[in-house]
Design a protein around this ligand. Structure first.
Ligand code: AVI
Length: 324
């Protein structure tokens, strides 16, 4: 053996099959270091994200809501009568309420399948929605919506299937993941279509402000990933020694979020040590922005036929109907 070679790395036994643990250890071992943004969303992360959506600087949520309200009739028309709606990454089931309100009584959707990774949250939210809309069969699915096997198991075989994917979550995927998701959605929704919210390319200042809010909620959301690692993976990140860093990269048309080490330090995660130099970052999220044409091309590449697109007056955000 080489003198001074590192001993084989062992993950703490109780964490061996924990996906967050596996992905964080792998991401910390890469250069540059990175972790998938899906790990932001534990209970505290989801609550912080809900606060982001209400921030004055964070325009996407309220702009998309307004588009869904203003164009509800047309949206209900393209979705068609008696549809089965499948929502990918449904969260708190807020936006589907706007869509449901737009249908005529004679054309109401039949069934609604909200898919979300967080099962406990989902059951409760589904019950509340059914209480408000007793005519709608609500069938929550606790699953990863990128998992084809779970999607093809949906009991929605008889109706016209339409998908709902709001919030520009599609922007958090890398290009190959976005294409893979859209291809999967086009297959699952064959004969129907997908209603998808997409954030638009715009002036960098507006984008910068949306991810660097004055109250520091986005910073807390980003840093929550480290708090989560401390609680769940017996890590020892010192949250005061990492800084939220978010910037718009115009050549890649995306916001990048990072956590930047404020000093040279060694961090322990699940029994393994990782050295951070001062200024070294952990890349936590990309949030891609699109042009309308750019997104329609992506949809075509995935097998959709792009239909109407709705935007706000300032062209901050877009909602696309894609036929499958
Ligand atoms: C969920 N997703 C679309 C948000 C976004 O804008 O990319 C997540 C977010 N990250 C920071 N602020 C909000």
């Amino acid at each position: 053996a080489l003198v001074g070679a590192a001993p084989p790395r062992r993950v703490q036994a109780d964490l061996a099959d924990n996906a967050f643990c596996r992905d964080l250890l792998e991401g910390l071992s890469q250069s540059p270091r990175k972790i998938a943004p899906k790990y932001f969303y534990d209970a505290q992360g989801s609550a912080l994200f809900d606060r982001i959506c209400e921030l004055p600087e964070y325009y996407p949520t309220r702009t998309e809501r307004r588009i869904l309200e203003r164009h509800g009739r047309e949206i209900a028309h393209v979705m068609g009568p008696q549809a089965d709606i499948i929502e990918f990454g449904a969260g708190s089931l807020e936006k589907i309420r706007i869509v449901l309100r737009s249908f005529e009584a004679s054309a109401l959707p039949r069934r609604y399948f909200p898919i979300d990774i967080s099962g406990s949250h989902l059951e409760e939210a589904a019950r509340r929605l059914h209480d408000e809309c007793p005519w709608l069969q609500v069938r929550p699915v606790a699953a990863d919506y990128m998992d084809e096997a779970q999607l093809s198991g949906l009991d929605a075989s008889t109706g016209r299937r339409v998908g709902f994917f709001p919030g520009s979550t599609i922007g958090n995927f890398d290009a190959h993941e976005a294409l893979a998701f859209l291809r999967l959605a086009a297959r699952v929704l064959e004969g129907g279509g997908l209603l998808v919210g997409v954030d638009l390319v715009k002036d960098p200042q507006t984008l910068h402000r949306a991810y660097n809010d004055a109250q520091g909620v986005t910073a807390a959301f980003n840093l929550n990933l480290l708090r989560r690692a401390n609680v769940e993976l017996s890590a020892d990140f010192d949250l005061r020694e990492f800084a939220h860093y978010a910037f718009y990269e115009p050549r890649k048309q995306r916001i990048e979020m990072h956590l930047v080490s404020q000093c040279a330090q060694t961090v322990r995660v699940a029994g393994q040590n990782f050295r951070f130099e001062e200024g070294e970052s952990l890349h936590t999220e990309n949030s891609h922005k699109f042009t309308i044409e750019g997104f329609r091309k992506l949809a075509v590449a995935a097998g959709f036929r792009p239909g109407p697109v709705w935007t706000d007056e300032a062209r901050l955000f877009s909602v696309h109907w894609l036929e499958s």
